[in-house]
Write a protein that binds this ligand. Sequence first.
Ligand SMILES: [Mn+2]
Length: 309
Amino acid sequence: MASKTQPAFDYLVGDDSFLDPLRTDAHEPDKARCVVIPFGLEQSVSYGGGTAAGPQAIIDASHQLELFDEEFWAEPYGRYGIAALRAQPVAPKVADALDQLEGTVESVLAAGRFPFVLGGEHSLTAGAIRPFARRYNDLVVLQFDAHADLRDGYLGEHFSHASAMRRVLDNTNVSLVSVGIRAVSSEEIAFYESNRDRIAIHWSKDQAHWDIEEIVGPLRGRPVYVTFDIDGLDSAIMPATGTPTPGGIPYLTALAILRRASEVSTIVGADLVEFAPIAGLHAFDYTAAHLAYKMMNYALAGSISRTDS
Ligand SMILES: [Mn+2]
Protein backbone atom coordinates (compact mmCIF):
# COMPACT_ATOMS: atom_id res chain seq x y z
CA MET A 1 0.00 0.00 0.00
CA ALA A 2 1.34 3.40 -0.91
CA SER A 3 2.41 5.40 2.10
CA LYS A 4 1.22 8.65 0.62
CA THR A 5 -2.57 8.94 0.40
CA GLN A 6 -4.28 10.92 -2.29
CA PRO A 7 -5.80 14.17 -1.08
CA ALA A 8 -9.54 13.73 -0.68
CA PHE A 9 -10.39 17.06 -2.29
CA ASP A 10 -9.24 19.01 -5.32
CA TYR A 11 -8.44 22.39 -3.79
CA LEU A 12 -7.88 25.80 -5.24
CA VAL A 13 -4.45 26.88 -4.08
CA GLY A 14 -2.63 30.15 -3.53
CA ASP A 15 -4.01 33.07 -5.51
CA ASP A 16 -6.97 31.02 -6.69
CA SER A 17 -8.40 30.28 -3.24
CA PHE A 18 -10.88 32.20 -1.10
CA LEU A 19 -9.62 35.14 0.95
CA ASP A 20 -6.13 36.62 1.06
CA PRO A 21 -3.78 33.98 -0.36
CA LEU A 22 -1.00 35.23 1.97
CA ARG A 23 -2.95 34.39 5.11
CA THR A 24 -1.42 31.87 7.45
CA ASP A 25 -3.62 28.85 6.68
CA ALA A 26 -3.77 29.29 2.92
CA HIS A 27 -1.43 26.44 2.25
CA GLU A 28 -3.00 23.87 4.58
CA PRO A 29 -6.41 23.35 2.99
CA ASP A 30 -6.85 19.89 4.52
CA LYS A 31 -6.81 21.46 7.98
CA ALA A 32 -9.45 24.07 7.19
CA ARG A 33 -12.86 23.52 8.75
CA CYS A 34 -14.75 25.61 6.17
CA VAL A 35 -14.81 24.20 2.65
CA VAL A 36 -16.03 26.58 -0.06
CA ILE A 37 -17.82 24.72 -2.85
CA PRO A 38 -18.17 26.85 -6.02
CA PHE A 39 -21.23 25.68 -7.93
CA GLY A 40 -22.23 27.98 -10.78
CA LEU A 41 -25.53 26.30 -11.61
CA GLU A 42 -27.48 28.36 -14.16
CA GLN A 43 -30.28 26.38 -15.77
CA SER A 44 -33.74 27.57 -14.70
CA VAL A 45 -33.14 31.32 -14.63
CA SER A 46 -36.35 33.17 -15.51
CA TYR A 47 -35.26 36.83 -15.80
CA GLY A 48 -31.69 38.15 -15.70
CA GLY A 49 -28.90 35.60 -16.08
CA GLY A 50 -25.29 35.49 -14.96
CA THR A 51 -25.22 33.28 -11.87
CA ALA A 52 -22.75 30.90 -13.52
CA ALA A 53 -20.13 33.62 -13.09
CA GLY A 54 -21.06 34.26 -9.44
CA PRO A 55 -18.66 31.94 -7.61
CA GLN A 56 -15.53 33.12 -9.44
CA ALA A 57 -16.42 36.80 -9.03
CA ILE A 58 -16.92 36.28 -5.29
CA ILE A 59 -13.66 34.38 -4.93
CA ASP A 60 -11.77 37.06 -6.89
CA ALA A 61 -13.26 39.85 -4.76
CA SER A 62 -12.50 37.93 -1.55
CA HIS A 63 -8.79 38.62 -2.11
CA GLN A 64 -9.52 42.28 -1.37
CA LEU A 65 -11.24 41.68 1.99
CA GLU A 66 -9.70 42.75 5.25
CA LEU A 67 -8.97 39.66 7.31
CA PHE A 68 -9.65 41.54 10.54
CA ASP A 69 -13.29 41.56 11.62
CA GLU A 70 -14.06 44.36 14.07
CA GLU A 71 -17.01 42.47 15.55
CA PHE A 72 -14.66 39.68 16.60
CA TRP A 73 -11.70 42.00 17.22
CA ALA A 74 -9.59 39.34 15.55
CA GLU A 75 -8.87 37.68 12.24
CA PRO A 76 -11.60 35.07 12.70
CA TYR A 77 -10.57 32.78 9.83
CA GLY A 78 -7.60 31.79 11.99
CA ARG A 79 -9.93 30.03 14.40
CA TYR A 80 -11.36 27.71 11.75
CA GLY A 81 -9.52 27.94 8.42
CA ILE A 82 -10.98 28.30 4.94
CA ALA A 83 -10.29 26.07 1.94
CA ALA A 84 -11.95 26.21 -1.46
CA LEU A 85 -12.58 23.43 -3.95
CA ARG A 86 -11.88 23.74 -7.64
CA ALA A 87 -15.14 24.24 -9.55
CA GLN A 88 -16.24 21.15 -11.46
CA PRO A 89 -18.35 21.29 -14.63
CA VAL A 90 -22.02 21.42 -13.60
CA ALA A 91 -24.24 18.67 -15.04
CA PRO A 92 -26.57 20.14 -17.70
CA LYS A 93 -29.85 18.86 -16.24
CA VAL A 94 -30.87 20.46 -12.97
CA ALA A 95 -31.83 17.14 -11.33
CA ASP A 96 -28.40 15.71 -12.19
CA ALA A 97 -26.66 18.87 -10.99
CA LEU A 98 -28.44 18.57 -7.65
CA ASP A 99 -27.27 14.96 -7.29
CA GLN A 100 -23.76 16.12 -8.13
CA LEU A 101 -23.79 18.85 -5.48
CA GLU A 102 -25.36 16.49 -2.94
CA GLY A 103 -22.38 14.17 -3.43
CA THR A 104 -19.84 16.94 -2.86
CA VAL A 105 -21.62 18.28 0.22
CA GLU A 106 -21.93 14.76 1.59
CA SER A 107 -18.19 14.16 1.25
CA VAL A 108 -17.36 17.46 2.97
CA LEU A 109 -19.77 16.72 5.81
CA ALA A 110 -18.50 13.15 6.12
CA ALA A 111 -15.02 14.60 6.65
CA GLY A 112 -16.38 16.54 9.63
CA ARG A 113 -16.13 19.87 7.85
CA PHE A 114 -18.43 22.78 7.09
CA PRO A 115 -19.78 23.07 3.52
CA PHE A 116 -20.22 26.62 2.22
CA VAL A 117 -21.73 26.55 -1.27
CA LEU A 118 -21.25 29.54 -3.57
CA GLY A 119 -23.96 29.69 -6.27
CA GLY A 120 -25.23 29.61 -8.76
CA GLU A 121 -28.98 29.75 -8.80
CA HIS A 122 -31.11 28.98 -5.79
CA SER A 123 -32.29 25.60 -7.10
CA LEU A 124 -28.99 24.18 -5.84
CA THR A 125 -30.14 24.34 -2.22
CA ALA A 126 -32.50 21.38 -2.84
CA GLY A 127 -29.44 19.20 -3.49
CA ALA A 128 -27.16 20.75 -0.89
CA ILE A 129 -29.72 20.22 1.86
CA ARG A 130 -30.13 16.44 1.48
CA PRO A 131 -27.05 15.33 3.46
CA PHE A 132 -28.11 17.67 6.29
CA ALA A 133 -31.69 16.42 6.25
CA ARG A 134 -30.36 12.86 6.57
CA ARG A 135 -28.20 13.76 9.55
CA TYR A 136 -30.46 16.08 11.54
CA ASN A 137 -34.07 15.20 12.24
CA ASP A 138 -34.86 18.70 13.53
CA LEU A 139 -33.08 20.78 10.89
CA VAL A 140 -34.17 24.39 10.39
CA VAL A 141 -33.40 26.30 7.21
CA LEU A 142 -32.90 30.04 7.69
CA GLN A 143 -33.64 31.68 4.34
CA PHE A 144 -32.84 35.26 3.34
CA ASP A 145 -34.69 36.03 0.13
CA ALA A 146 -37.00 38.40 -1.71
CA HIS A 147 -38.98 35.37 -2.87
CA ALA A 148 -40.71 32.62 -0.94
CA ASP A 149 -39.57 30.03 -3.52
CA LEU A 150 -42.52 27.82 -2.55
CA ARG A 151 -43.90 27.16 -6.03
CA ASP A 152 -44.34 23.49 -6.87
CA GLY A 153 -42.29 23.81 -10.05
CA TYR A 154 -42.04 26.79 -12.39
CA LEU A 155 -41.97 27.05 -16.21
CA GLY A 156 -42.02 23.25 -16.39
CA GLU A 157 -39.01 22.72 -14.11
CA HIS A 158 -39.69 20.74 -10.92
CA PHE A 159 -36.36 21.94 -9.49
CA SER A 160 -36.73 25.58 -10.51
CA HIS A 161 -35.04 28.37 -8.54
CA ALA A 162 -38.61 29.52 -7.85
CA SER A 163 -39.24 26.18 -6.14
CA ALA A 164 -36.08 26.06 -4.06
CA MET A 165 -37.74 26.08 -0.63
CA ARG A 166 -40.64 23.88 -1.77
CA ARG A 167 -38.10 21.22 -2.73
CA VAL A 168 -36.24 21.73 0.56
CA LEU A 169 -39.53 21.14 2.40
CA ASP A 170 -39.98 17.86 0.50
CA ASN A 171 -37.73 16.68 3.33
CA THR A 172 -40.54 16.35 5.86
CA ASN A 173 -38.27 16.77 8.90
CA VAL A 174 -37.12 20.22 7.79
CA SER A 175 -38.74 23.50 8.83
CA LEU A 176 -38.19 26.96 7.41
CA VAL A 177 -37.71 30.50 8.70
CA SER A 178 -37.82 33.03 5.84
CA VAL A 179 -36.69 36.65 6.09
CA GLY A 180 -37.13 39.53 3.66
CA ILE A 181 -39.91 38.07 1.52
CA ARG A 182 -41.58 40.62 -0.78
CA ALA A 183 -42.43 38.79 -4.02
CA VAL A 184 -44.84 35.91 -3.75
CA SER A 185 -47.65 34.21 -5.71
CA SER A 186 -51.14 33.12 -4.67
CA GLU A 187 -50.07 29.49 -5.10
CA GLU A 188 -47.27 29.99 -2.60
CA ILE A 189 -49.54 31.73 -0.11
CA ALA A 190 -51.90 28.73 -0.20
CA PHE A 191 -48.99 26.38 0.54
CA TYR A 192 -47.73 28.67 3.30
CA GLU A 193 -51.14 28.91 4.94
CA SER A 194 -51.54 25.14 5.02
CA ASN A 195 -48.00 24.65 6.40
CA ARG A 196 -47.77 27.33 9.06
CA ASP A 197 -46.43 24.75 11.51
CA ARG A 198 -43.29 24.38 9.35
CA ILE A 199 -42.89 27.83 7.79
CA ALA A 200 -42.37 31.21 9.48
CA ILE A 201 -42.22 34.18 7.12
CA HIS A 202 -40.89 37.58 8.19
CA TRP A 203 -42.19 39.89 5.48
CA SER A 204 -39.92 42.68 4.33
CA LYS A 205 -42.84 45.14 4.55
CA ASP A 206 -42.79 44.62 8.34
CA GLN A 207 -39.06 45.12 8.85
CA ALA A 208 -39.47 48.32 10.87
CA HIS A 209 -41.07 46.07 13.50
CA TRP A 210 -38.85 43.00 13.21
CA ASP A 211 -37.89 41.49 16.53
CA ILE A 212 -34.67 39.54 16.04
CA GLU A 213 -35.40 37.34 19.06
CA GLU A 214 -38.70 36.37 17.49
CA ILE A 215 -37.04 35.64 14.13
CA VAL A 216 -34.42 33.36 15.66
CA GLY A 217 -36.82 31.78 18.20
CA PRO A 218 -37.48 28.60 16.16
CA LEU A 219 -33.71 28.17 15.66
CA ARG A 220 -32.90 28.03 19.35
CA GLY A 221 -30.86 24.95 20.25
CA ARG A 222 -31.28 23.39 16.82
CA PRO A 223 -29.06 22.67 13.81
CA VAL A 224 -29.49 25.41 11.21
CA TYR A 225 -28.65 25.58 7.53
CA VAL A 226 -28.45 29.14 6.21
CA THR A 227 -29.47 29.76 2.60
CA PHE A 228 -28.81 33.35 1.59
CA ASP A 229 -30.34 34.38 -1.72
CA ILE A 230 -28.51 37.63 -2.30
CA ASP A 231 -31.69 39.21 -3.70
CA GLY A 232 -32.92 39.24 -0.09
CA LEU A 233 -30.76 42.34 0.31
CA ASP A 234 -32.30 45.57 -0.92
CA SER A 235 -31.83 46.02 -4.65
CA ALA A 236 -30.25 49.44 -4.07
CA ILE A 237 -27.25 47.80 -2.42
CA MET A 238 -27.41 44.56 -4.42
CA PRO A 239 -28.73 44.91 -7.98
CA ALA A 240 -26.35 42.21 -9.25
CA THR A 241 -28.88 39.39 -9.25
CA GLY A 242 -31.48 37.93 -11.60
CA THR A 243 -34.56 39.51 -10.03
CA PRO A 244 -33.54 42.62 -8.08
CA THR A 245 -36.49 43.64 -5.91
CA PRO A 246 -36.93 46.92 -4.01
CA GLY A 247 -37.82 47.18 -0.35
CA GLY A 248 -35.32 44.58 0.82
CA ILE A 249 -33.11 43.88 3.82
CA PRO A 250 -30.47 46.48 4.75
CA TYR A 251 -26.99 44.98 4.95
CA LEU A 252 -26.40 45.49 8.66
CA THR A 253 -29.85 44.10 9.49
CA ALA A 254 -28.97 40.89 7.67
CA LEU A 255 -25.72 40.67 9.63
CA ALA A 256 -27.49 41.25 12.94
CA ILE A 257 -29.91 38.39 12.24
CA LEU A 258 -27.08 36.09 11.15
CA ARG A 259 -25.11 36.97 14.26
CA ARG A 260 -27.99 36.29 16.63
CA ALA A 261 -28.85 33.06 14.79
CA SER A 262 -25.29 31.86 15.31
CA GLU A 263 -25.52 32.64 19.02
CA VAL A 264 -28.71 30.67 19.70
CA SER A 265 -28.25 27.73 17.32
CA THR A 266 -25.58 25.60 15.68
CA ILE A 267 -25.10 26.62 12.06
CA VAL A 268 -24.09 23.42 10.27
CA GLY A 269 -23.86 24.55 6.66
CA ALA A 270 -24.63 27.45 4.33
CA ASP A 271 -25.02 28.67 0.82
CA LEU A 272 -24.90 32.09 -0.83
CA VAL A 273 -26.78 32.05 -4.14
CA GLU A 274 -28.13 34.10 -7.05
CA PHE A 275 -25.22 36.51 -7.29
CA ALA A 276 -24.86 37.57 -10.95
CA PRO A 277 -21.91 39.94 -11.34
CA ILE A 278 -22.27 43.09 -13.46
CA ALA A 279 -19.13 43.76 -15.50
CA GLY A 280 -17.34 46.90 -14.38
CA LEU A 281 -19.27 47.28 -11.11
CA HIS A 282 -16.98 45.57 -8.65
CA ALA A 283 -18.73 47.00 -5.58
CA PHE A 284 -21.28 44.21 -5.77
CA ASP A 285 -18.66 41.48 -6.09
CA TYR A 286 -17.05 42.91 -2.99
CA THR A 287 -20.36 43.06 -1.10
CA ALA A 288 -21.05 39.41 -1.91
CA ALA A 289 -17.55 38.37 -0.81
CA HIS A 290 -17.88 40.42 2.37
CA LEU A 291 -21.19 38.76 3.16
CA ALA A 292 -19.72 35.31 2.55
CA TYR A 293 -16.84 35.95 4.98
CA LYS A 294 -19.21 37.34 7.62
CA MET A 295 -21.44 34.28 7.29
CA MET A 296 -18.41 32.03 7.82
CA ASN A 297 -17.24 34.03 10.83
CA TYR A 298 -20.62 33.93 12.55
CA ALA A 299 -21.01 30.22 11.87
CA LEU A 300 -17.50 29.08 12.72
CA ALA A 301 -15.44 31.60 14.71
CA GLY A 302 -17.19 31.16 18.05
CA SER A 303 -17.84 33.92 20.54
CA ILE A 304 -17.58 37.56 19.61
CA SER A 305 -15.09 39.61 21.60
CA ARG A 306 -16.37 42.43 23.78
CA THR A 307 -12.98 44.13 24.01
CA ASP A 308 -13.87 46.58 21.25
CA SER A 309 -16.61 48.34 23.20
MN1 LIG B 1 -34.87 35.10 -4.57
